[in-house]
Write a protein that binds this ligand. Structure first.
Ligand code: SAH
Ligand code: SF4
Length: 331
């Protein structure tokens, strides 16, 4: 489109993409070999600036938290999570979050604004640059998870565009199976995901099989109750249907009883479900507590009776407040 608009060959757009995402050229493109006209088009129309890394914190477990400063001075955090010599990068999609979940530090920050697609992909590019400079012996990033600050499906257009760039052969060339969008259950976005990008994995923050408990944890559940959300998730076109991850935050004495496990098991039994248990990570200002490790294992065992594969998310980065739900960039 862009090439046609400016009467340039179509290959021009894919070349720019390659420069920016594959060859990782910094600042502006390397202009040599380009016609004068192409150079002018670049200079007048395109910006290659990336969000700036303000601060980097590394934890003993090799998790890295990046504080980004955006063009307007707003800030977001991105987390690089190690797995052997490879990494998962956890991207933010909004400054703050409007969903106001009662257990989440980002939610406490309130909503400031949506990130643009380039601010989302820019986190990835900058983190990759940091890795090649600071840990050159490690392998590249393996997975992308939209699990940082913000509700990705509440910023659907920018998230979709960024995922398309990650998937594109001219961009990062990742398979859809390597990308996961985590949602609290924002129904309008979930409907769009089902129709527009079902090849990208979805993770639903379930946290309880009971609407009454979910209402307390995730206030948006009052508008979009669980049965409506599950209807959409269950309706992924069958050919494309793959396992859906159900994240289950475990809060001591709130949603960690035998009754909770059995209701969850019954709800997900027979679905292509995979449960990821996330023991609550402490954040300031909540009464919630984390169950003991033994209790988490016990809860896992209860779920496995329903033959649902269940894993416990190991806490990484909590030493630097980079674990799930601990991100907060209020000035
Ligand atoms: N907004 C999206 C993605 C970002 S949050 C969502 O809610 O799914 C990523 C995950 O971290 C979600 O499953 C969320 O419920 C979880 N989380 C938030 N705060 C947490 C906390 N204090 N301890 C453990 N997990 C938390
Ligand atoms: Fe937003 Fe997710 Fe935090 Fe809820 S858990 S406030 S949806 S970032």
């Amino acid at each position: 489109m862009f090439g046609r608009e400016h009467d340039l060959p179509l290959s021009f757009a894919s070349m720019l993409f390659n420069w920016h995402y594959k060859k990782n050229k910094r600042e502006t493109c390397d202009h040599h070999n380009l016609s004068k006209k192409a150079r002018m088009v670049i200079e007048e129309n395109l910006v290659f600036d990336l969000a700036q890394i303000d601060f980097v914190q590394t934890s003993q477990d090799k998790t890295v938290k990046f504080l980004f400063r955006l063009r307007d001075g707003e800030r977001v955090e991105t987390v690089l999570i190690p797995f052997q010599k490879k990494y998962t990068v956890c991207l933010s999609t909004q400054v703050g979050c409007a969903m106001n979940c009662s257990f989440c530090h980002t939610g406490q920050q309130g909503f400031r604004r949506n990130l643009t697609a380039d601010e989302i992909t820019g986190q990835f590019v900058q983190v990759q640059n940091w890795l090649s400079e600071n840990r050159p012996d490690d392998d590249r990033i393996l997975n992308i998870v939209y699990m940082g600050q913000g509700e990705p499906l509440h910023n659907f257009d920018a998230v979709k565009k960024s995922a398309e760039i990650f998937l594109s052969q001219h961009g990062i060339s990742l398979a859809g199976s390597k990308i996961t969008i985590s949602t609290s259950g924002y129904l309008p976005g979930l409907e769009r995901w089902k129709n527009e990008m079902p090849n990208v994995n979805i993770a639903l923050s379930l946290h309880s099989a009971f609407n009454e408990k979910r209402n307390i944890l995730i206030p948006i559940n009052r508008r979009f109750p669980l049965e409506q959300i599950l209807n959409v998730v269950d309706a992924i076109p069958s050919g494309k249907k793959r396992f859906v991850t159900y994240e289950y935050l475990l809060v001591k004495g709130f949603n960690d009883s035998v009754e909770d496990a059995e209701a969850t098991g019954r709800l997900l039994q027979g679905k292509k479900a995979y449960i990821n248990l996330i023991p609550f990570n402490p954040v300031p200002g909540t009464q919630y507590q984390r169950p003991t490790d033994d209790h988490v294992l016990y809860f896992k065992g209860l779920l496995e009776k329903f033959k649902i594969p269940t894993t416990i998310r190991t806490t990484k980065g909590d030493q630097i407040m980079a674990a799930c739900g601990q991100l907060n960039t209020r000035l």
